[in-house]
Write a protein that binds this ligand. Structure first.
Ligand code: M6R
Length: 615
């Protein structure tokens, strides 16, 4: 999972490419590189280990002329992150350069075959195999570059978004995709390429989202041409992107993550806008209107997702079972896709993904589709692969999420799942009118409560974070709707602070994790006043009896737990099934402040990337 950018036009390519890489750095940041054909027609490649800023420093004294180029920010899959394995990669003659996001699964076989034919390799990457293969076909079969690319793509197995630059044809870029995203931007006499639209929107809002097995031929002075692997020309609509620059910049916050945590009240209002209508007591989701019968007739829901989206799915399961009275299973997409799941035509599979590009979730969608299920997507990135692969769905509309640790996407997903459960529960006749009205009003009020919570708890949590920064392990406990909150809190902490943290359903503590508890192990307990409150209270007593420090999330005015816990964070009162929308916020902030106290790179934690487009 990497970020790729391309430019061909009338401007200097280098600033466009570097700015684009900075916007895509969330996708990977262990090495970066750029290839440009300069004003004298030479193909220059500059690449280095590290971030885009390291590339900028490295390239600062180099020849940066030229109006055509491609660039890449990498998250290593094959070969360690160093400047040799960084992209772009050259072909043996040095005439061709390639950037690639994805994985060539059969690269080892192809590499062996090419080596037997005398091709020498400089890197350990699968990407170099692809460019060497393209050149080998070009020279051995005397074909043009497009034909060589088409033939090579027939041979490779895997996922890719690629762009190829040819020194002998400086007015052309050839790009292609399969299972990895690629967008072409169309300006006035200029073209852009990006893994998403973020590197493009400051120049043009007109884009074409390439589909799987599309090859785009971008030539100076011509319209973009798109063909399939058999050279059949394809027609694509030009889409207007509704994204502005402010949405993808930090807006005064030190980190994207803090900005995105604080944006959540507004994001949830956007997410509910036109959907939750308190004046007429109604929740409307167009997907539920358009596919009413299919959804009403569903005998089972299966949610597939990964990471934070999977945690949202666990909340969705409870909502769907509570409100719609229909069984709902939640599966890791990565496990689902490699089992032989029993799927019926009466099943509805809900795929949840912020990026809409997660390889495992996409593969789970394809599998479920083949088996006859109806697929409902809950995604954030507009026009991404998962929404395009599903039968219907609802965007969460929380705007671009740049911080690698997911925050606003989680609450957006839970909000959409709540609206889905309400809309469907009403259609199925499984929720009584009073409960429906109460819940939709409560849901509508969540952004306001979230705003107050953020104002009231941020400083307190900053102080708590300072005290607990040096802990080496954390346990997070919650029950019912708050069990996924505990999982999500633990995931946030480990992702960005590198502190080991586990989330558990509180009652499971006695079945093992209690052995770990001592004065060195802080325990975060989500202990809101719901039906399981008394039981969680007993858990806190058990923890205190073992001398561990307790950080408790309680409802405002809970004096009982205040007396027992070492630190308390107060949450506004809401309906039990909506508690995760509030309880998650302090846990996001706690992870953030602990990571900042530890001096960690909050927005780009080590070894992670924003969208996992490889297995
Ligand atoms: O884009 P997706 O929602 O499909 O991504 C799924 C996970 O990779 C993602 O949630 C990951 O766990 C985040 N880093 C969590 O903060």
């Amino acid at each position: 999972m990497c970020g790729i950018v391309g430019y061909l036009g009338k401007r200097k390519a280098y600033p466009v490419l570097i700015n684009g890489l900075k916007r895509l750095e969330y996708r990977g940041y262990d090495s970066a590189g750029v290839a440009m054909i300069n004003d004298q027609g030479q193909l220059n490649v500059y690449k280095t280990k590290g971030k885009v800023s390291d590339l900028e420093a490295y390239a600062s004294d180099k020849d940066l002329t030229g109006t055509v180029g491609i660039a890449h920010t990498r998250w290593a899959t094959h070969g360690e992150p160093n400047s040799v394995n960084a992209h772009p990669h050259f072909s043996a003659s040095g005439n061709l350069a390639i950037i690639h996001n994805g994985i060539i699964e059969n690269y080892a076989v192809l590499k062996k075959q090419l080596m037997e034919k005398g091709v020498e390799f400089k890197s350990n990457t699968d990407t170099e195999v692809l460019i060497q293969l393209i050149e080998y076909i070009q020279t051995s079969k005397h074909t043009d570059l497009l034909t060589a690319v088409r033939m090579a793509l027939h041979t490779v197995i895997g996922a890719y978004a690629i762009a190829v630059l040819d020194r002998n044809n400086p007015d052309q870029i050839i790009a292609a995709r399969k299972s990895s995203p690629l967008v072409v931007g169309i300006g006035e006499d200029e073209f852009f390429l990006g893994s998403d639209a973020s590197p493009i929107i400051e120049y043009t809002k007109k884009v074409i989202y390439l589909d799987d097995k599309d090859i785009a031929i971008i030539r100076r002075g011509e319209d973009v041409k798109i063909v399939d692997f058999y050279n059949e020309e394809l027609k694509h609509d030009v889409t207007e992107v509704a994204l502005d620059l402010a949405q993808i910049e930090k807006g005064g916050y030190p980190h994207f993550m803090l900005k995105e945590i604080n944006e959540q009240p507004d994001c949830l209002m956007d997410c509910m806008s036109g959907r939750v209508n308190v004046d007429v007591n109604n929740v409307v989701l167009s997907a539920v209107i358009d596919h009413r019968q299919r959804l009403v007739d569903a005998r089972r829901f299966i949610i597939v997702a990964c990471g934070t989206s999977w945690h949202a799915g666990l909340i969705g399961k409870q909502l769907i079972e509570d409100i719609c009275h229909v069984p709902c299973e939640v599966e890791y997409a990565s496990e689902f896709r490699y089992r032989n799941p029993v799927i019926n035509s009466t099943d509805v599979v809900i795929a949840i993904s912020q990026s809409g590009e997660t390889a495992d979730t996409l593969a789970a969608v394809e599998l479920a589709k083949q088996k006859g299920a109806f697929i409902y997507g809950i995604c954030n990135a507009i026009g991404s692969s998962i929404p395009r692969a599903t039968h219907t769905g609802s965007y969460i509309h929380v705007g671009p999420e740049i911080g690698v640790a997911s925050t606003k996407a989680f609450t957006g997903q839970v909000t959409v799942l709540t609206m889905l459960a309400l809309a469907l529960g009403k259609e199925r006749g499984t929720i009584d009118q009073q409960k429906y009205v109460n819940l939709l009003h409560e849901l509508h009020d969540i952004p306001e409560k979230m705003k107050t919570l953020l104002q009231q708890c941020t400083d307190n949590i900053h102080e708590i974070a300072k005290i607990f920064t040096y802990a080496r392990n954390f346990l997070y406990l919650g029950r019912g709707y708050n069990y996924p909150v505990a999982l999500e809190g633990a995931l946030k902490l480990k992702e960005i602070s590198y502190i080991h943290a586990e989330g558990y359903p509180a009652a499971e503590m006695k079945h093992g994790p209690i052995a770990l508890i001592d004065e060195e192990m802080p325990v975060v307990v989500v202990a809101t006043k719901n039906v399981l409150y008394e039981k969680v209270l007993s858990n806190i007593q058990e923890i205190k009896a073992r001398h561990a420090r307790v950080i408790a999330l309680v409802n405002e005015g809970d004096e009982t737990i205040k007396r027992m816990a070492d630190a308390v964070i107060e949450l506004p009162q809401t309906q039990e099934c909506l508690e995760p929308l509030l309880a998650t916020i302090p846990l996001q902030l706690m992870a953030y402040f602990i990571a900042v106290c530890k001096g960690k790179d909050v927005d780009q934690p080590r070894n992670l990337a924003k969208s996992v487009t490889v297995e």
